[in-house]
Design a protein around this ligand. Structure first.
Ligand SMILES: [Zn+2]
Length: 120
């Protein structure tokens, strides 16, 4: 099973507004913190699509940590909401056609060429 942060990777700009964090906070620019306000103590860096953020007062972390801190909900509940937002559809599975078609490629056998054992 895939971890929550793996599933949510690269999708925080979709997830955060659904959790109540306005899109204007999701910028790679210093600004007010969605949790404690201020003027320029906050930054949403989203490194590697992991929703990373930093606030000089609240601390920082990844997208899941932000969702928890912003909503004040326990991990389980936050995970449930995020899963709901991104849906349960697997990311890397083609949906069109080929139902039940299984790739039956035989594993390549290493052909070990035996040298003729010439005993002279
Ligand atoms: Zn803050």
């Amino acid at each position: 099973m895939m971890g929550l942060s793996t599933k949510a990777r690269g999708r925080w700009h979709q997830i955060m507004p659904e959790l109540g964090i306005d899109a204007r906070f999701l910028k790679k620019k210093n600004g007010p913190c969605p949790m404690c306000g201020g003027k320029d103590r906050w930054r949403f860096s989203d490194l590697g699509g992991n929703g990373t953020w930093w606030c000089n007062r609240c601390g920082g972390g990844g997208g899941v940590a932000l969702a928890m801190q912003f909503t004040g909900l326990p991990f389980k509940e936050v995970a449930r909401r995020i899963e709901h937002i991104i849906g349960d559809a697997p990311v890397a599975r083609p949906r069109t056609g080929a139902i039940g078609r299984v790739n039956t490629r035989r594993p390549q056998r290493a052909v070990a060429k035996r040298r003729p054992n010439t005993s002279l």
